[in-house]
Design a protein around this ligand. Structure first.
Ligand SMILES: N[C@@H](CCC(=O)N[C@@H](CS)C(=O)NCC(=O)O)C(=O)O
Length: 324
């Protein structure tokens, strides 16, 4: 069982992601094990992580930031225990150590690994973020971001300040599922397949698929504002977290340089459009993003040097109001 993403390799040298293991659900029903209640749950994230960031994005745009608290870990992986070599997410020891990161306010944990060990004494697997934590039962409810998005969209609607915003509306669900599938495979996970490949062939295959998917998005976005029409949906938030990291990190660190995001007029403007949705920009901490990737994978970037550029301003004007 892989204990870190850099170990998730198949015999052919391709990157293969293992699945998440805590898959309980928070429900609107007050009699369920994990009922949707204000103040009861906590989201542990890393600003660096696209999967965690998409949960944070939902938290903000649904207006759940007062009902569900969150903490970000430090961006660079470090030793989680003296007794073994595992490298993973760490909390800072004070709130001034690393701007944006905070000590664990609930359990005083030193690492995300410690939270997994508190939740389950026989856990084997990766110690990933996001972690959706139940303060009352002191356990992990769920560590799979795609599940967490669905819960945040619907189950907290009695307390969400923006309950009317439905990011997974019934009439678009099959379209969203379909888009999610090829975008996950080609782009969200695709960039990791490019970056973590240890042989030329799996890298070549992943790059091919990545650019096929990006070209397809560019085509869709040439005639409509968002991926599933003219309203923003879950699919857009899921694509956004990869696009915002693309030119700053993936193009260099994961060798996704056949074409840059800023060479795609629609995708580039679309990224700015989504970034400018109220609540989104605070989920993007480029400092953490760059420090994490360039600093946590010594097999790819042994000296941990962080490239200076390109420092794109995603708050600058875009043309998306005119599309669709
Ligand atoms: N399937 C998970 C994936 C989460 C994931 O891979 N998170 C990465 C950070 S981007 C992580 O925490 N990795 C820790 C490790 O590989 O040891 C989800 O979407 O929630």
């Amino acid at each position: 069982m892989a204990r870190s993403a850099v170990d998730e390799l198949s015999a052919s040298g391709a990157f293969e992601r293992t699945s998440s293991s805590f898959r309980d659900s928070i429900l609107r029903d007050p009699n369920s094990t994990f009922p949707a209640e204000a103040g009861r749950y906590h989201l542990y994230v890393s600003y660096a992580c696209p999967w965690a960031s998409r949960c944070l994005a939902f938290l903000n745009i649904k207006g759940l930031d007062k009902a569900i608290s969150f903490t970000s870990v430090k961006p660079i992986w470090g030793r989680t225990k003296d007794s073994d070599e595992h490298m993973g997410w760490l909390f800072p020891s004070s709130s001034t150590e690393e701007p944006g990161a905070e000590p664990d306010p609930l359990n005083g944990a030193k690492s995300i690994r410690e939270l997994y060990e508190l939740a389950s004494s026989n856990y084997v697997g990766k110690y990933t973020v996001p972690v959706l934590w139940d303060k009352k039962l002191k356990t992990i409810v769920n560590n799979e971001s795609s599940d967490i998005l669905r819960m945040l969209n619907t189950e907290f609607n009695d307390i969400a300040e923006n309950a009317a915003l439905d990011l997974y509306p019934p009439h678009l669900q099959s379209q969203i599922n379909n888009v999610n599938e090829w975008i996950y495979d080609g782009i969200n996970n695709g960039v990791y397949k490019c970056g973590f490949a240890r042989k030329q062939e799996p890298y070549d295959e992943a790059v091919e698929k990545l650019y096929e998917a990006l070209d397809k998005c560019e085509g869709i976005l040439s005639h409509q504002r968002y991926l599933c029409g003219n309203q923003v949906t879950e699919a857009d938030i899921r694509l956004f977290v990869s696009l915002i990291r693309f030119d700053e990190v993936y193009a260099v660190h994961f060798k996704c340089n056949r074409k840059l995001l800023r060479e795609y007029p629609n995708l580039f403007n679309y990224t700015k459009d989504v970034f400018q949705i109220p609540g989104m920009s605070s989920t993007v901490n480029m400092e953490h993003i760059k420090k994490h990737y360039y600093g946590s994978h010594p097999s790819i970037n042994p000296f941990g040097i962080i490239p200076r550029g390109p420092n794109i301003d995603y708050a600058s004007p875009h043309d998306r109001e005119t599309v669709g």
